[in-house]
Design a protein around this ligand. Structure first.
Ligand SMILES: NC(=O)c1ccc[n+]([C@@H]2O[C@H](COP(=O)([O-])OP(=O)(O)OC[C@H]3O[C@@H](n4cnc5c(N)ncnc54)[C@H](OP(=O)(O)O)[C@@H]3O)[C@@H](O)[C@H]2O)c1
Length: 487
Protein backbone atom coordinates (compact mmCIF):
# COMPACT_ATOMS: atom_id res chain seq x y z
CA UNK A 1 0.00 0.00 0.00
CA UNK A 2 1.28 3.47 -0.67
CA UNK A 3 2.71 4.59 2.65
CA UNK A 4 0.20 7.22 3.67
CA UNK A 5 -2.52 4.69 2.89
CA UNK A 6 -4.57 7.30 1.13
CA UNK A 7 -6.70 6.69 -1.92
CA UNK A 8 -5.61 8.55 -5.01
CA UNK A 9 -7.08 9.88 -8.23
CA UNK A 10 -4.19 9.22 -10.60
CA UNK A 11 -4.88 11.21 -13.75
CA UNK A 12 -2.92 10.45 -16.90
CA UNK A 13 -2.96 13.20 -19.54
CA UNK A 14 -2.15 11.60 -22.89
CA UNK A 15 -3.39 8.18 -21.79
CA UNK A 16 -3.43 6.87 -25.34
CA UNK A 17 0.18 7.79 -26.02
CA UNK A 18 3.17 5.48 -26.16
CA UNK A 19 4.52 6.15 -22.67
CA UNK A 20 1.17 5.70 -20.96
CA UNK A 21 0.37 2.44 -22.75
CA UNK A 22 3.85 0.94 -22.68
CA UNK A 23 5.06 1.99 -19.24
CA UNK A 24 2.51 3.70 -16.98
CA UNK A 25 -0.37 1.27 -17.28
CA UNK A 26 1.80 -1.86 -16.92
CA UNK A 27 3.47 -0.26 -13.88
CA UNK A 28 0.08 0.43 -12.29
CA UNK A 29 -0.80 -3.22 -12.94
CA UNK A 30 2.34 -4.34 -11.10
CA UNK A 31 1.58 -2.02 -8.18
CA UNK A 32 -1.93 -3.41 -7.99
CA UNK A 33 -0.59 -6.94 -8.21
CA UNK A 34 1.75 -6.21 -5.29
CA UNK A 35 -1.16 -4.85 -3.22
CA UNK A 36 0.33 -1.34 -3.28
CA UNK A 37 -2.72 0.54 -4.55
CA UNK A 38 -5.42 1.62 -2.12
CA UNK A 39 -8.71 -0.13 -2.84
CA UNK A 40 -10.36 3.20 -3.66
CA UNK A 41 -7.59 4.48 -5.90
CA UNK A 42 -8.80 5.35 -9.40
CA UNK A 43 -6.98 5.88 -12.68
CA UNK A 44 -8.42 8.63 -14.80
CA UNK A 45 -7.38 8.59 -18.44
CA UNK A 46 -7.53 11.85 -20.37
CA UNK A 47 -7.42 12.00 -24.17
CA UNK A 48 -9.13 13.86 -26.99
CA UNK A 49 -10.86 10.95 -28.72
CA UNK A 50 -14.59 10.22 -28.76
CA UNK A 51 -14.59 6.94 -26.85
CA UNK A 52 -17.14 5.20 -24.71
CA UNK A 53 -15.96 3.95 -21.30
CA UNK A 54 -16.14 0.38 -22.68
CA UNK A 55 -14.04 1.20 -25.74
CA UNK A 56 -11.49 2.91 -23.57
CA UNK A 57 -11.25 -0.02 -21.16
CA UNK A 58 -10.95 -2.48 -24.07
CA UNK A 59 -8.02 -0.44 -25.47
CA UNK A 60 -6.30 -0.41 -22.07
CA UNK A 61 -6.83 -4.15 -21.72
CA UNK A 62 -5.01 -4.60 -25.07
CA UNK A 63 -2.16 -2.43 -23.78
CA UNK A 64 -1.85 -4.55 -20.63
CA UNK A 65 -1.85 -7.74 -22.67
CA UNK A 66 0.82 -6.37 -24.98
CA UNK A 67 3.12 -4.66 -22.53
CA UNK A 68 2.98 -6.38 -19.15
CA UNK A 69 5.99 -8.68 -18.92
CA UNK A 70 5.14 -12.25 -17.93
CA UNK A 71 1.67 -13.65 -17.57
CA UNK A 72 -1.28 -11.45 -16.59
CA UNK A 73 -3.29 -12.43 -13.55
CA UNK A 74 -6.91 -12.06 -14.78
CA UNK A 75 -8.12 -11.06 -11.33
CA UNK A 76 -5.57 -8.24 -10.98
CA UNK A 77 -6.14 -7.17 -14.60
CA UNK A 78 -9.88 -6.87 -14.03
CA UNK A 79 -9.39 -5.08 -10.72
CA UNK A 80 -7.14 -2.56 -12.45
CA UNK A 81 -9.51 -2.14 -15.39
CA UNK A 82 -12.28 -1.51 -12.84
CA UNK A 83 -10.31 1.50 -11.55
CA UNK A 84 -10.24 3.18 -14.98
CA UNK A 85 -12.34 6.17 -15.96
CA UNK A 86 -12.19 7.94 -19.28
CA UNK A 87 -12.54 11.68 -19.71
CA UNK A 88 -12.43 13.45 -23.06
CA UNK A 89 -10.52 16.71 -22.84
CA UNK A 90 -8.92 18.67 -25.65
CA UNK A 91 -6.04 19.93 -23.59
CA UNK A 92 -6.06 23.35 -25.23
CA UNK A 93 -9.73 24.01 -24.44
CA UNK A 94 -10.01 25.21 -20.80
CA UNK A 95 -13.76 24.72 -20.53
CA UNK A 96 -13.40 20.99 -21.24
CA UNK A 97 -11.53 20.52 -17.94
CA UNK A 98 -14.94 20.91 -16.30
CA UNK A 99 -15.57 17.26 -17.28
CA UNK A 100 -12.50 16.30 -15.30
CA UNK A 101 -13.56 18.40 -12.31
CA UNK A 102 -16.90 16.57 -12.32
CA UNK A 103 -15.25 13.21 -11.79
CA UNK A 104 -12.31 14.09 -9.54
CA UNK A 105 -12.91 13.61 -5.86
CA UNK A 106 -10.57 15.92 -3.95
CA UNK A 107 -12.30 15.39 -0.63
CA UNK A 108 -11.52 11.70 -0.35
CA UNK A 109 -8.56 11.26 -2.65
CA UNK A 110 -5.10 12.67 -3.22
CA UNK A 111 -4.90 14.04 -6.79
CA UNK A 112 -1.81 13.20 -8.87
CA UNK A 113 -1.72 14.52 -12.45
CA UNK A 114 0.76 12.77 -14.74
CA UNK A 115 1.60 14.91 -17.80
CA UNK A 116 2.40 12.15 -20.29
CA UNK A 117 2.39 14.57 -23.21
CA UNK A 118 4.85 16.83 -24.99
CA UNK A 119 6.00 19.76 -22.79
CA UNK A 120 4.43 22.40 -25.05
CA UNK A 121 1.09 21.21 -23.62
CA UNK A 122 2.08 21.71 -19.96
CA UNK A 123 0.94 25.35 -20.05
CA UNK A 124 -2.51 24.36 -21.36
CA UNK A 125 -2.89 21.65 -18.74
CA UNK A 126 -1.86 23.89 -15.83
CA UNK A 127 -4.23 26.62 -16.97
CA UNK A 128 -7.01 24.09 -17.55
CA UNK A 129 -6.61 22.58 -14.09
CA UNK A 130 -6.65 26.04 -12.50
CA UNK A 131 -9.63 27.10 -14.61
CA UNK A 132 -11.61 24.04 -13.44
CA UNK A 133 -10.51 24.59 -9.82
CA UNK A 134 -8.75 21.27 -9.55
CA UNK A 135 -5.38 22.76 -8.72
CA UNK A 136 -5.45 22.81 -4.94
CA UNK A 137 -2.37 23.19 -2.69
CA UNK A 138 -2.32 19.39 -2.16
CA UNK A 139 -2.52 18.56 -5.89
CA UNK A 140 0.61 17.04 -7.41
CA UNK A 141 1.86 17.21 -10.99
CA UNK A 142 4.34 14.84 -12.61
CA UNK A 143 6.39 16.18 -15.52
CA UNK A 144 8.05 13.99 -18.14
CA UNK A 145 11.33 14.87 -19.80
CA UNK A 146 12.48 16.80 -21.72
CA UNK A 147 12.24 19.84 -19.46
CA UNK A 148 13.41 22.13 -22.24
CA UNK A 149 16.31 21.90 -24.67
CA UNK A 150 18.48 24.52 -22.96
CA UNK A 151 18.45 26.74 -19.88
CA UNK A 152 16.14 29.32 -21.40
CA UNK A 153 13.45 26.88 -22.56
CA UNK A 154 13.61 24.88 -19.33
CA UNK A 155 13.08 28.11 -17.37
CA UNK A 156 10.10 28.81 -19.63
CA UNK A 157 8.54 25.41 -18.83
CA UNK A 158 9.28 25.73 -15.12
CA UNK A 159 7.84 29.27 -14.99
CA UNK A 160 4.72 28.05 -16.75
CA UNK A 161 4.15 25.29 -14.21
CA UNK A 162 5.13 27.56 -11.28
CA UNK A 163 2.34 29.98 -12.14
CA UNK A 164 -0.10 27.35 -10.87
CA UNK A 165 1.90 24.89 -8.75
CA UNK A 166 4.61 25.50 -6.17
CA UNK A 167 7.81 23.44 -6.19
CA UNK A 168 6.56 21.08 -3.44
CA UNK A 169 3.78 20.00 -5.82
CA UNK A 170 6.04 19.29 -8.81
CA UNK A 171 7.60 15.87 -9.56
CA UNK A 172 10.05 15.97 -12.48
CA UNK A 173 10.77 12.47 -13.73
CA UNK A 174 14.13 11.04 -14.66
CA UNK A 175 13.32 7.37 -14.82
CA UNK A 176 16.95 6.44 -14.05
CA UNK A 177 16.30 7.64 -10.50
CA UNK A 178 13.70 4.89 -10.10
CA UNK A 179 16.07 2.06 -11.00
CA UNK A 180 16.84 -0.42 -8.27
CA UNK A 181 20.61 -0.13 -8.67
CA UNK A 182 20.58 3.64 -8.77
CA UNK A 183 18.71 3.57 -5.45
CA UNK A 184 21.19 0.99 -4.28
CA UNK A 185 23.99 3.47 -4.90
CA UNK A 186 22.75 5.35 -1.84
CA UNK A 187 22.71 2.15 0.23
CA UNK A 188 26.13 1.11 -1.04
CA UNK A 189 27.69 4.50 -0.34
CA UNK A 190 26.04 5.45 2.93
CA UNK A 191 25.37 2.14 4.69
CA UNK A 192 28.77 0.46 4.22
CA UNK A 193 31.76 1.81 6.08
CA UNK A 194 34.21 0.28 3.58
CA UNK A 195 32.84 2.70 1.03
CA UNK A 196 31.98 5.72 3.17
CA UNK A 197 35.64 5.98 4.21
CA UNK A 198 37.09 5.18 0.78
CA UNK A 199 35.15 7.47 -1.45
CA UNK A 200 37.32 10.43 -2.35
CA UNK A 201 40.53 11.60 -4.01
CA UNK A 202 42.64 9.71 -1.46
CA UNK A 203 41.51 6.30 -2.70
CA UNK A 204 39.70 6.77 -6.00
CA UNK A 205 41.67 7.29 -9.20
CA UNK A 206 38.78 8.04 -11.55
CA UNK A 207 35.17 7.18 -12.29
CA UNK A 208 33.58 6.02 -15.56
CA UNK A 209 29.87 6.25 -16.31
CA UNK A 210 28.64 4.51 -19.45
CA UNK A 211 25.12 4.41 -20.86
CA UNK A 212 25.37 2.46 -24.11
CA UNK A 213 22.35 1.77 -26.29
CA UNK A 214 22.17 -0.87 -28.98
CA UNK A 215 19.17 0.72 -30.65
CA UNK A 216 19.34 3.56 -33.15
CA UNK A 217 16.74 6.29 -33.61
CA UNK A 218 13.69 4.00 -33.56
CA UNK A 219 11.50 6.08 -35.84
CA UNK A 220 12.12 9.29 -33.82
CA UNK A 221 14.61 10.89 -36.21
CA UNK A 222 12.86 14.29 -36.33
CA UNK A 223 12.69 14.55 -32.54
CA UNK A 224 16.17 13.20 -31.90
CA UNK A 225 17.88 15.31 -34.55
CA UNK A 226 16.69 18.48 -32.80
CA UNK A 227 18.10 17.20 -29.55
CA UNK A 228 21.18 14.95 -29.86
CA UNK A 229 22.73 12.64 -27.31
CA UNK A 230 24.13 15.40 -25.08
CA UNK A 231 20.72 16.91 -24.44
CA UNK A 232 18.76 13.66 -24.61
CA UNK A 233 20.92 11.51 -22.31
CA UNK A 234 23.75 13.44 -20.63
CA UNK A 235 21.78 16.43 -19.29
CA UNK A 236 19.47 14.14 -17.36
CA UNK A 237 20.41 10.48 -16.88
CA UNK A 238 24.21 10.68 -16.82
CA UNK A 239 24.34 13.86 -14.78
CA UNK A 240 21.89 12.46 -12.26
CA UNK A 241 24.01 9.33 -11.83
CA UNK A 242 27.12 11.50 -11.52
CA UNK A 243 25.56 13.58 -8.74
CA UNK A 244 24.58 10.47 -6.77
CA UNK A 245 28.11 9.05 -7.06
CA UNK A 246 29.77 12.33 -6.16
CA UNK A 247 27.53 13.95 -3.56
CA UNK A 248 28.32 14.38 0.14
CA UNK A 249 26.32 12.30 2.63
CA UNK A 250 22.89 13.90 3.08
CA UNK A 251 21.81 14.43 6.70
CA UNK A 252 18.83 12.13 6.13
CA UNK A 253 16.77 10.64 3.33
CA UNK A 254 14.39 13.57 2.97
CA UNK A 255 13.80 14.79 -0.56
CA UNK A 256 15.45 18.15 -0.03
CA UNK A 257 18.38 16.78 1.98
CA UNK A 258 19.35 14.58 -0.95
CA UNK A 259 18.63 17.17 -3.58
CA UNK A 260 20.61 19.86 -1.74
CA UNK A 261 23.69 17.63 -1.87
CA UNK A 262 23.18 16.82 -5.56
CA UNK A 263 22.89 20.53 -6.26
CA UNK A 264 26.27 21.20 -4.63
CA UNK A 265 27.89 18.75 -7.06
CA UNK A 266 26.28 20.49 -10.03
CA UNK A 267 27.59 23.81 -8.72
CA UNK A 268 31.11 22.38 -8.50
CA UNK A 269 31.26 21.09 -12.10
CA UNK A 270 34.05 22.82 -13.97
CA UNK A 271 32.52 24.42 -17.09
CA UNK A 272 33.66 23.11 -20.46
CA UNK A 273 34.22 26.09 -22.75
CA UNK A 274 35.60 26.80 -26.21
CA UNK A 275 39.14 26.67 -24.74
CA UNK A 276 38.71 23.15 -23.36
CA UNK A 277 36.01 21.59 -25.52
CA UNK A 278 38.39 19.81 -27.87
CA UNK A 279 40.42 18.30 -25.06
CA UNK A 280 37.43 17.28 -22.92
CA UNK A 281 34.70 16.21 -25.31
CA UNK A 282 34.20 13.83 -28.20
CA UNK A 283 31.04 13.75 -30.24
CA UNK A 284 30.27 11.07 -32.74
CA UNK A 285 27.68 9.95 -35.23
CA UNK A 286 27.20 6.35 -36.33
CA UNK A 287 27.68 5.16 -39.86
CA UNK A 288 26.34 1.87 -41.23
CA UNK A 289 27.65 -1.25 -39.52
CA UNK A 290 26.68 -4.52 -37.91
CA UNK A 291 25.07 -5.25 -34.56
CA UNK A 292 25.15 -8.88 -33.47
CA UNK A 293 25.81 -9.89 -37.10
CA UNK A 294 22.90 -7.88 -38.51
CA UNK A 295 23.50 -5.00 -40.93
CA UNK A 296 22.11 -1.67 -39.68
CA UNK A 297 21.96 1.72 -41.46
CA UNK A 298 23.97 4.79 -40.54
CA UNK A 299 22.40 7.80 -38.78
CA UNK A 300 21.86 9.64 -42.09
CA UNK A 301 20.22 6.65 -43.74
CA UNK A 302 17.68 6.02 -40.98
CA UNK A 303 14.01 6.57 -41.88
CA UNK A 304 13.34 10.33 -42.37
CA UNK A 305 17.09 10.99 -42.03
CA UNK A 306 18.73 14.10 -43.45
CA UNK A 307 22.20 13.42 -44.92
CA UNK A 308 23.59 16.80 -43.87
CA UNK A 309 22.75 16.52 -40.17
CA UNK A 310 25.61 17.08 -37.73
CA UNK A 311 23.67 15.94 -34.66
CA UNK A 312 25.67 13.70 -32.34
CA UNK A 313 24.52 10.16 -31.49
CA UNK A 314 27.55 9.63 -29.22
CA UNK A 315 29.22 11.75 -26.55
CA UNK A 316 32.25 11.16 -24.35
CA UNK A 317 33.30 13.75 -21.78
CA UNK A 318 35.92 14.30 -19.15
CA UNK A 319 34.21 16.03 -16.23
CA UNK A 320 36.09 17.67 -13.36
CA UNK A 321 34.45 18.43 -10.06
CA UNK A 322 36.07 21.35 -8.27
CA UNK A 323 35.67 20.46 -4.60
CA UNK A 324 37.73 18.90 -1.83
CA UNK A 325 36.43 15.38 -2.25
CA UNK A 326 37.08 15.06 -5.98
CA UNK A 327 40.18 17.17 -6.57
CA UNK A 328 42.09 15.60 -9.51
CA UNK A 329 39.62 12.70 -9.86
CA UNK A 330 38.13 12.87 -13.35
CA UNK A 331 34.70 11.48 -14.13
CA UNK A 332 34.55 10.12 -17.67
CA UNK A 333 31.06 9.99 -19.15
CA UNK A 334 30.15 8.13 -22.32
CA UNK A 335 26.84 7.46 -24.01
CA UNK A 336 25.86 6.49 -27.53
CA UNK A 337 23.39 4.81 -29.82
CA UNK A 338 24.10 1.75 -31.97
CA UNK A 339 26.92 0.64 -29.75
CA UNK A 340 28.27 -2.89 -29.39
CA UNK A 341 25.77 -3.81 -26.73
CA UNK A 342 23.20 -2.30 -24.39
CA UNK A 343 24.95 -1.55 -21.12
CA UNK A 344 24.70 1.05 -18.35
CA UNK A 345 27.20 1.03 -15.54
CA UNK A 346 29.30 3.05 -13.16
CA UNK A 347 32.88 1.88 -12.69
CA UNK A 348 34.92 3.23 -9.78
CA UNK A 349 38.65 2.71 -10.27
CA UNK A 350 40.61 2.78 -7.02
CA UNK A 351 44.18 4.06 -6.86
CA UNK A 352 47.14 1.78 -7.36
CA UNK A 353 49.08 0.81 -4.27
CA UNK A 354 52.21 2.89 -3.70
CA UNK A 355 54.53 -0.14 -3.72
CA UNK A 356 54.31 -3.54 -5.44
CA UNK A 357 55.79 -6.62 -3.75
CA UNK A 358 54.21 -8.99 -6.31
CA UNK A 359 56.30 -8.09 -9.36
CA UNK A 360 56.34 -11.74 -10.50
CA UNK A 361 52.63 -11.54 -11.16
CA UNK A 362 52.20 -7.95 -12.31
CA UNK A 363 54.81 -5.36 -13.17
CA UNK A 364 52.25 -2.85 -12.06
CA UNK A 365 49.41 -3.99 -9.81
CA UNK A 366 46.04 -3.48 -11.51
CA UNK A 367 43.62 -1.12 -9.84
CA UNK A 368 40.76 -2.53 -7.79
CA UNK A 369 37.49 -1.62 -9.31
CA UNK A 370 33.89 -1.48 -8.24
CA UNK A 371 31.37 -1.96 -11.03
CA UNK A 372 27.77 -0.91 -10.42
CA UNK A 373 25.71 -2.40 -13.25
CA UNK A 374 22.48 -0.53 -13.95
CA UNK A 375 21.39 -2.60 -16.94
CA UNK A 376 20.84 -5.10 -18.36
CA UNK A 377 21.65 -7.32 -15.38
CA UNK A 378 21.50 -5.07 -12.30
CA UNK A 379 24.17 -5.83 -9.74
CA UNK A 380 27.47 -4.93 -8.14
CA UNK A 381 30.93 -6.41 -8.79
CA UNK A 382 34.27 -5.82 -7.10
CA UNK A 383 37.40 -6.79 -8.97
CA UNK A 384 40.18 -7.74 -6.57
CA UNK A 385 43.47 -9.57 -6.61
CA UNK A 386 43.80 -12.97 -4.99
CA UNK A 387 46.42 -15.63 -4.64
CA UNK A 388 46.12 -18.32 -7.31
CA UNK A 389 45.39 -21.57 -5.46
CA UNK A 390 48.19 -24.16 -5.37
CA UNK A 391 51.58 -24.93 -3.83
CA UNK A 392 55.11 -24.64 -5.08
CA UNK A 393 54.59 -21.50 -7.15
CA UNK A 394 55.15 -18.89 -4.46
CA UNK A 395 52.45 -16.29 -4.42
CA UNK A 396 50.99 -15.79 -7.85
CA UNK A 397 48.17 -13.27 -8.11
CA UNK A 398 45.06 -13.46 -10.22
CA UNK A 399 42.09 -11.15 -10.69
CA UNK A 400 38.87 -12.38 -9.08
CA UNK A 401 35.36 -11.01 -9.00
CA UNK A 402 33.08 -10.62 -6.04
CA UNK A 403 29.86 -10.62 -8.00
CA UNK A 404 26.50 -9.67 -6.53
CA UNK A 405 24.02 -10.13 -9.34
CA UNK A 406 20.63 -9.00 -8.04
CA UNK A 407 18.77 -11.60 -10.06
CA UNK A 408 20.93 -14.35 -8.50
CA UNK A 409 21.19 -12.93 -4.99
CA UNK A 410 17.52 -12.12 -4.65
CA UNK A 411 16.30 -15.08 -6.65
CA UNK A 412 12.54 -15.10 -7.06
CA UNK A 413 12.25 -11.37 -6.23
CA UNK A 414 11.09 -9.46 -9.27
CA UNK A 415 13.15 -6.31 -9.89
CA UNK A 416 10.54 -3.56 -10.13
CA UNK A 417 10.53 -1.30 -13.17
CA UNK A 418 11.65 2.27 -12.46
CA UNK A 419 8.21 3.66 -13.29
CA UNK A 420 6.55 1.48 -10.64
CA UNK A 421 8.67 2.99 -7.91
CA UNK A 422 8.30 6.53 -9.22
CA UNK A 423 4.51 6.32 -9.54
CA UNK A 424 4.26 5.02 -6.00
CA UNK A 425 6.47 7.86 -4.73
CA UNK A 426 4.21 10.45 -6.39
CA UNK A 427 1.23 8.91 -4.59
CA UNK A 428 3.21 8.99 -1.33
CA UNK A 429 4.36 12.56 -1.81
CA UNK A 430 8.07 11.74 -1.58
CA UNK A 431 10.13 14.00 -3.84
CA UNK A 432 13.60 12.57 -3.20
CA UNK A 433 13.66 10.65 -6.51
CA UNK A 434 12.50 13.63 -8.55
CA UNK A 435 14.53 16.49 -9.90
CA UNK A 436 14.14 19.91 -8.36
CA UNK A 437 13.93 23.00 -10.51
CA UNK A 438 17.34 24.34 -9.51
CA UNK A 439 18.96 20.99 -10.40
CA UNK A 440 17.46 20.94 -13.90
CA UNK A 441 18.47 24.49 -14.56
CA UNK A 442 22.04 24.12 -13.30
CA UNK A 443 22.45 20.99 -15.39
CA UNK A 444 21.20 22.83 -18.46
CA UNK A 445 23.52 25.73 -17.77
CA UNK A 446 26.50 23.36 -17.77
CA UNK A 447 25.31 21.56 -20.91
CA UNK A 448 24.62 24.83 -22.75
CA UNK A 449 28.26 25.80 -22.37
CA UNK A 450 29.35 22.61 -24.20
CA UNK A 451 26.69 23.04 -26.84
CA UNK A 452 27.82 26.63 -27.48
CA UNK A 453 31.47 25.60 -27.66
CA UNK A 454 30.62 22.88 -30.19
CA UNK A 455 28.65 25.35 -32.27
CA UNK A 456 31.57 27.82 -32.27
CA UNK A 457 34.24 25.22 -32.93
CA UNK A 458 32.40 24.09 -36.06
CA UNK A 459 33.95 20.61 -35.84
CA UNK A 460 31.57 17.98 -37.26
CA UNK A 461 30.97 14.83 -35.21
CA UNK A 462 33.38 11.96 -35.78
CA UNK A 463 31.98 8.86 -37.43
CA UNK A 464 31.95 5.45 -35.85
CA UNK A 465 30.61 2.25 -37.37
CA UNK A 466 27.40 1.00 -35.75
CA UNK A 467 28.20 -1.90 -33.44
CA UNK A 468 31.36 -0.39 -31.95
CA UNK A 469 32.17 1.56 -28.77
CA UNK A 470 32.23 4.93 -30.55
CA UNK A 471 34.86 6.99 -32.38
CA UNK A 472 38.56 6.29 -31.86
CA UNK A 473 38.86 9.79 -30.41
CA UNK A 474 36.93 8.55 -27.38
CA UNK A 475 39.73 6.08 -26.66
CA UNK A 476 42.22 8.91 -27.05
CA UNK A 477 40.29 11.03 -24.53
CA UNK A 478 41.29 8.59 -21.78
CA UNK A 479 44.60 7.52 -23.28
CA UNK A 480 45.83 11.12 -22.95
CA UNK A 481 45.39 10.69 -19.19
CA UNK A 482 47.02 7.22 -19.20
CA UNK A 483 43.67 5.44 -18.77
CA UNK A 484 41.32 3.30 -20.80
CA UNK A 485 37.59 2.60 -20.97
CA UNK A 486 36.10 -0.40 -19.25
CA UNK A 487 35.20 -2.86 -22.03
N1 LIG B 1 7.54 7.13 -24.90
C1 LIG B 1 8.54 7.03 -24.06
O1 LIG B 1 9.12 5.97 -23.83
C2 LIG B 1 9.01 8.25 -23.31
C3 LIG B 1 10.15 8.14 -22.50
C4 LIG B 1 10.57 9.25 -21.76
C5 LIG B 1 9.87 10.44 -21.87
N2 LIG B 1 8.79 10.52 -22.68
C6 LIG B 1 8.06 11.81 -22.73
O2 LIG B 1 6.73 11.59 -22.34
C7 LIG B 1 5.85 12.44 -23.06
C8 LIG B 1 4.82 11.59 -23.80
O3 LIG B 1 5.52 10.76 -24.71
P1 LIG B 1 4.79 9.70 -25.63
O4 LIG B 1 5.86 8.94 -26.29
O5 LIG B 1 3.76 8.96 -24.89
O6 LIG B 1 4.10 10.66 -26.71
P2 LIG B 1 2.88 10.31 -27.64
O7 LIG B 1 2.82 8.87 -27.97
O8 LIG B 1 2.90 11.31 -28.75
O9 LIG B 1 1.61 10.63 -26.69
C9 LIG B 1 1.20 11.93 -26.38
C10 LIG B 1 -0.31 11.93 -26.26
O10 LIG B 1 -0.72 13.28 -26.07
C11 LIG B 1 -1.96 13.45 -26.73
N3 LIG B 1 -2.25 14.82 -27.09
C12 LIG B 1 -1.50 15.64 -27.86
N4 LIG B 1 -2.12 16.83 -27.99
C13 LIG B 1 -3.27 16.76 -27.27
C14 LIG B 1 -4.34 17.66 -27.03
N5 LIG B 1 -4.33 18.90 -27.50
N6 LIG B 1 -5.37 17.23 -26.28
C15 LIG B 1 -5.40 15.98 -25.78
N7 LIG B 1 -4.40 15.08 -25.96
C16 LIG B 1 -3.36 15.47 -26.71
C17 LIG B 1 -1.80 12.64 -27.98
O11 LIG B 1 -3.07 12.33 -28.44
P3 LIG B 1 -3.37 11.91 -29.97
O12 LIG B 1 -3.14 10.45 -29.97
O13 LIG B 1 -4.77 12.31 -30.13
O14 LIG B 1 -2.44 12.69 -30.83
C18 LIG B 1 -1.02 11.43 -27.51
O15 LIG B 1 -1.83 10.34 -27.20
C19 LIG B 1 6.75 13.27 -23.98
O16 LIG B 1 7.09 14.47 -23.33
C20 LIG B 1 7.99 12.41 -24.12
O17 LIG B 1 9.15 13.18 -24.41
C21 LIG B 1 8.34 9.46 -23.40
Amino acid sequence: MNKDNQACDFTIFGVQGDLARRKLLPSLYQLDNAGLLHEDTRIIGVARHELSQDEFVAGMRDSLETFVKGSLDPEVRDRLLGRLHYVLVNLDVPDEYKRLADIIDQEKRQLVNYFSVAPFLFDDICRGLAHAKIARPETRVVLEKPIGRNLETSQGINDTVARVFCEEQVYRIDHYLGKETVMNLLALRFANSIFTTNWDHNTIDHVQITVAEEVGIEGRWGYFDQSGQLRDMVQNHLMQILTLVAMEPPVNMDGDSIRNEKLKVLKALRPITLDTVEEKTVRGQYSAGFIKGKAVPGYHEEEDGNPTSCTESFVALRVDIDNWRWADVPFYLRTGKRMTTKRSEVVIYFKRLPHNIFKDSYKQLPRNKLVIRLQPDEGVEIEMLNKEPGIGKGIKLQKTLLDLSFSDAFRGERVADAYERLILETMDGNQSLFIRRDEVELAWNWIDSIQEAWAKSNEPPRHYPAGTWGPVASVALLARDGREWEE
